[in-house]
Ligand binder design. Structure first.
Ligand code: NAP
Length: 248
């Protein structure tokens, strides 16, 4: 939307890619709300500090992105106070990696619940608001492994493939109401999530990146900011791979 002041919600904005997205989207006067899950508030406080320094009205809250009651209450309260919701970025995500034959049902279900159900729950709540206002942009965080698969990530890769399919269906359902829905599929981005990957495996992955380096959270955040901007007004239902050419 071409309006001056935007109301933005980023899930999982306390650190990593989510924090960079908050900072890339937040212009002076905008409201940027985000959630996080860790009871330790220090990372969320740092995001709020950085946003405030940019002149953004920042709000962080702790709740599980996959809990419909908490998501609906948060969005209702946010829209009640600020009158609208212009941007939703479904960024919150987790990994619980292990080989397929060792994966427990709990590991499978938790990753699907946070990554895919969480994206559905937030999209549904935001769509109701955006459809009424006849404008809005939703960006979902998928992953390169949702397209190409990855050893040890049956749960995660399936959740991200689901996010891509959900993106396309939501884009088709919401287009006539002026709401665009797109996804970014990052490759290997240096955050806490990729710190958990054994060094040898990480080196092998980085060696296969045509642009010759791992990505930084800002590399993804800039593409998300583009997708939420008026410059992307004719884009919907797209998955943009942001992986230095890892997948092409
Ligand atoms: P990260 O550094 O681990 O940060 C994850 C964020 O999600 C944190 O803010 C975390 O909050 C939040 N979160 C986790 N579970 C949550 C829940 N149940 N409810 C609410 N918030 C929750 O991860 P990242 O690397 O920045 O990844 C961000 C997104 O990009 C994810 O969807 C991930 O799958 C995707 N992605 C990342 C890469 C990569 O290479 N890093 C590649 C492809 C896709 P707390 O701090 O409170 O736990």
């Amino acid at each position: 939307m071409a309006d001056d002041k935007r109301v933005v919600l980023v899930t999982g904005g306390s650190r990593g890619i989510g924090r960079a997205i908050c900072l890339a989207l937040g212009r002076p006067g905008d409201v940027v709300a985000f959630n996080h899950f860790d009871p330790d508030e220090s990372a969320a406080e740092e995001t709020i500090k950085l946003l405030t320094a940019q002149g953004v009205v920042a709000e962080g809250r702790k709740f599980d992105v996959s809990d419909p009651a908490q998501v609906n209450a948060f969005i209702e309260d946010l829209v009640g106070r600020h009158g609208r919701l212009d941007v939703l970025v479904n960024n919150a995500g987790i990994t619980l990696d292990t080989l397929l034959v060792r994966m427990t049902l709990e590991q499978w279900e938790r990753v699907l619940k946070v990554n895919l159900t969480g994206t559905f729950v937030c999209t549904q709540a935001a769509a109701k608001v955006m459809m009424k206002q006849r404008s809005g942009s939703i960006v979902n965080l998928a992953s390169v492994v949702g397209t190409i698969g990855n050893i040890g990530q049956a749960n995660y890769s399936a959740s991200k493939a689901g996010v891509m399919a959900l993106t396309k269906t939501a884009a088709k359902e919401l287009a006539s109401r002026g709401v665009r829905v797109n996804a970014v599929a990052p490759g290997f981005i240096e955050t806490d999530m990729t710190k958990a990957i054994p060094e040898k495996v990480a080196e092998l992955m980085k060696a296969n990146i045509p642009l010759g380096r791992a990505g930084q959270p800002e590399d993804v955040a800039d593409v998300v900011a583009f997708l939420c901007s008026d410059a992307a007004r004719y884009l919907t239902g797209q998955v943009l791979h942001v992986g230095g050419g890892m997948y092409m």
